[in-house]
Ligand binder design. Structure first.
Ligand code: UD1
Length: 361
């Protein structure tokens, strides 16, 4: 049995980490394929170092481009690779362009597809990730789901129940694996950023709908300026966001390059609250029970709102400030534990995979 794990962008590496480690105890013939969608050190190599997972067996070096060209380039390169070295299964992760490109290339060559973090839906087709999710799920053979909403979404779309496994959240398994070791790092970070436990907030922003539309971006930044009168904000900025940030002059907002995983988790763990438009950070804050104001109108991760510490605030200044005050006055919801968001997610994936294979025989 030959299995390829196909990854390309920052959140993929976090999901790959536990799954690769657990599968490598059971299977010999595993390979990591990196599409090269992300290539900056902080978005890419630093994750492999922090997780101590091996360097990719193949690197496709596609780089940035329009969505169609990036997707097409990955497909062409993967297709050539599959011609030389054909796997029996590919594992794809999350919802990035590398996920759909790999899935499409695999199905055209009759290679089976396992989708980790399947079933999430924002019901917003203007998000490139939503298209990637729906299409990947439609052609995957096995669906590993992180929260109950995902199971319902897949069933509604006519996916067979036999292929669906509610296994929990691989991002949380990665998070738990480092939670103890990040405490030491906080000493350095607190010196570097001049912060103390719970006296700062974190901001991350990279969705095209928030950062590429300048009016909207300005509106968000205006609110951030106001909040920063009361609390220091650390803002690790994605490369696409950095380009627009040069138009602003902040006082109490500290802009940095994207942080490596261990540093980011360390800052997250000791932060007062988080403002973000990321998917994964909504989940990490829910696990850590840290208030999270999500600068989006919808989420594909509804459990973080229903049970966790997440609130969808969109980009309305009024709403953001209202919830900011709730947090500062310690009036914010506390959040509950989420079932299966633990250190055994990749073991459940492995067991489900073996179970699925044995049912095929
Ligand atoms: C991608 C994912 C998004 C995920 C995010 C995590 C898609 C459609 N989007 O968005 O779901 O949340 O990754 O970070 O797959 N760039 C660099 N260096 C890099 C990579 C990108 O400078 O290493 C710049 C380039 O200018 C590029 C832009 O960032 O054009 C966008 O990169 P891209 O991979 O297209 O999407 P992300 O915004 O990173």
């Amino acid at each position: 049995m030959k299995i390829f794990f196909i990854v390309g962008a920052r959140p993929n590496f976090v999901k790959l980490n536990p799954v690769y480690k657990t599968f490598s105890k059971e299977f010999k013939n595993l390979k990591i394929i990196h599409t090269g969608q992300h290539y900056d050190y902080e978005l890419d190599k630093a994750f492999f170092e922090d997780f101590e997972i091996p360097n990719p067996d193949y690197y496709l070096n596609v780089g940035s481009d329009t969505h169609a060209k990036q997707t097409a380039k990955i497909m062409i390169k993967l297709d050539e690779l599959f011609d030389e070295d054909k796997p029996d299964w590919v594992f794809v992760f999350g919802d990035v362009n590398s996920t759909i490109s790999a899935s499409l290339t695999a199905i055209k060559r009759n290679i089976k597809i396992a989708h980790v973090e399947s079933g999430l839906r924002s019901f917003d087709l203007s998000m490139p990730e939503e298209i990637n999710r729906i299409l990947t799920d439609r052609i995957s053979n096995i669906h590993f789901v992180s929260e109950p909403s995902g199971v319902l979404n897949l069933l509604k779309e006519g996916i067979s129940l036999k292929s669906i496994y509610l296994v929990g959240n691989t991002m949380i398994e990665s998070l738990i694996s480092v939670l103890k070791i990040v405490d030491d790092r906080f000493n350095n970070l607190s010196e570097k950023f001049k912060i103390k436990e719970k006296n700062y907030a974190i901001l991350t922003l990279h969705r095209p709908s928030n950062v590429d539309n300048f009016e909207k971006f300005r509106e968000i930044m205006d609110t951030i300026q106001e909040i920063s009168n009361y609390i220091k904000i650390i803002f690790p900025a994605h490369p696409r966001t950095l380009k627009n940030l040069k138009h602003f002059d902040f006082k109490n907002v500290l802009i940095t390059k994207p942080l490596r995983y261990l540093d980011f988790i360390s800052l997250l763990k000791f932060s007062k609250f988080v403002l973000t438009d990321s998917g994964g950070i909504q989940e990490e804050t829910t696990y850590l029970k840290i208030p999270c104001l999500t600068l989006r109108e919808n989420t594909e991760r509804p459990i973080t709102v229903e049970k966790g510490t997440n609130v969808l605030v969109g980009t309305s200044k009024e709403k953001i400030i209202y919830h900011f005050n709730e947090i500062m006055n310690n009036n914010f919801k506390k959040g509950l534990d989420i079932e299966f968001w633990d250190e055994f997610v990749s073991k459940r994936i492995l067991n489900a995979f073996i179970n699925y294979l044995s049912n095929l025989l």
